[in-house]
Ligand binder design. Structure first.
Ligand SMILES: [Zn+2]
Length: 451
């Protein structure tokens, strides 16, 4: 059996792994390369294999760095089946359709052709079949099952079984992106049996998360202070998972009267649609909460959904204090920019960062202490308060990740660390070799290994 790494090798985007055995080829993930652009130049290159020769594609979760080249794969001749959990199928359709807009704008700016269109997304969805966790799918010599990865709604690890040279059963597990166990909405990483080979993410292979237990308390304090000052609390948030986690925590604090009931706005069509899918697949969320009550994101008191541009503009008419949650998470676009233009210069207002801010992004410049930033061609002074809460990461830190591997070390023959900057991936390789005595490596793009 041959395993090839065609993305997320020594980097965090472009996830794509190829398995070949007895003339059957399957792929796990088909993500877009995103650094430094939304659609990096490498995403435009032809696939290093013939898309027509692939029998099936398994998708771990709906993030675009795991799905963003699917319409291109279809455009270039793929005619197999695409499998994922049902929520991933729903969320991926939403994210891929949204990405067409972003890609078109970027392509126009760079004077390039768009890598795929709405029609290619439609066509891809026609090949897509939803499956339950742990449902067996047989493709030639492979038997594939998906298991909860606890990263975002519907996220999955992919276990592939095949027969070795002597007819013995062998297993390889692709973690996809794993979750952070402190996420209150999800069930966490499923406890599954040990594979022989592990292809694991290593996003934070060299870092411990801070303040994880403190994060909700900190959120409470930031909201209280912001309300007390009579200003606007702006929260730039990613539409998927981060927003829903935030809404859940706010709803919980409102219910327990830990925060005052000021108007809260979710000002992002993408986040609203993603929240609808979270509501639809409510049974996939953490049972500890579901058994107690029938929670609805759409019945949180004082929460308003601003779907249209008009509804978004009306937020301006509401007197502070108020809370505005809007994309994009790094202020690189989206409706948050309108609110930042209006309130960054207000000393009574607050901007709260709950996610990673990439170098060069507007969010990063504000966070790094810029006195003035440029938004829609205007200079805007930054006088508002700045707050940061770590611990909203959707990935496990190095301790959780290492523990996940250690618990499976009895059968493991080899570990491949992917989906991490080289420093993080290599740190995890070293730790696995030193403490577990297991062969580990951080593969490079294009590496092929015989298993
Ligand atoms: Zn992800």
């Amino acid at each position: 059996m041959k395993l090839s790494f065609f993305g997320a090798a020594g980097e965090v985007t472009g996830s794509c792994f190829l398995l070949e055995h007895e003339n059957t080829k399957i792929l796990v993930d088909c993500g877009i390369f995103q650094c430094p652009r939304f659609c990096d130049i490498r995403s435009r290159e032809p696939f290093p294999f013939d898309p027509r020769s692939i029998s099936a594609l398994f998708i771990s979760h709906a993030h675009i760095d795991h799905t963003g080249r699917i319409p291109k794969l279809v455009k270039e001749g793929f005619k197999g089946k695409i499998y994922s959990t049902y929520p991933t199928k729903g969320l991926a359709e939403l994210m891929l359709k949204d990405s067409v807009g972003v890609l078109s704008k970027e392509a126009a700016r760079e004077k390039e052709e768009v890598i795929y269109s709405d029609e290619d997304v439609e066509k891809a969805m026609g090949f897509w079949e939803g499956k339950n966790y742990r449902e067996e799918i047989k493709i030639g010599p492979f038997i594939v099952t998906q298991h909860d990865a606890g990263h975002i709604l519907g996220s999955a690890m992919t276990m592939v079984s095949f027969r070795g040279e002597k007819g013995e059963e062998k297993k390889i597990l692709f973690t996809g992106d794993l979750g952070n166990p402190t996420n209150p909405l999800l069930n966490g990483i499923e406890n599954i049996s040990s594979p022989d080979y592990l292809v694991t993410e290593s996003t934070y292979g060299d870092r411990e998360h801070e303040n994880i237990k403190e994060k909700k308390l900190k959120l409470e304090r930031v909201i209280e202070k912001s309300v007390l000052q009579g200003g606007v609390l702006m929260i730039p948030a990613f539409s998927l998972e981060r927003t829903q986690e935030l809404l859940w925590e706010i709803s919980d604090m409102l219910k327990n009267k830990q925060i005052p009931a000021v108007p809260i706005y979710l000002d992002s069509p993408l986040a609203i649609h993603a929240t609808e899918i979270y509501q639809k697949y409510y049974s996939y969320l953490n049972k500890a909460y579901i058994d107690k009550e029938s929670f609805s994101f759409f019945k949180i008191p004082s929460l308003h959904f601003s779907l249209t541009t008009d509804e978004s503009k009306k937020i301006n008419d509401v007197h502070p204090p108020k809370i505005i949650i809007a994309g994009s998470g790094m202020s690189t676009g989206g409706r948050i920019l309108h609110h930042e233009r209006r309130y960054l210069s207000d000393s009574k207002s607050t901007i709260l960062f709950i996610g990673y801010q990439a170098p060069g992004s507007l969010g990063r410049r504000i966070l790094d202490g810029a006195d003035v930033v440029r938004i829609f061609g205007e200079d805007v002074a930054v006088r508002c308060r700045k707050e940061v809460i770590h611990g909203y990461s959707a990935h496990p830190d190095e301790n959780v990740l290492f523990e996940f591997i250690r618990e499976r070390s009895d059968r493991l023959k080899k570990v491949f660390t992917v989906h991490g900057e080289p420093k993080a991936s290599l740190a995890m390789v070293q730790k696995i070799r030193d403490y577990l005595g297991i062969d580990a490596t951080a593969p490079k793009y294009g590496d092929t290994i015989d298993l």
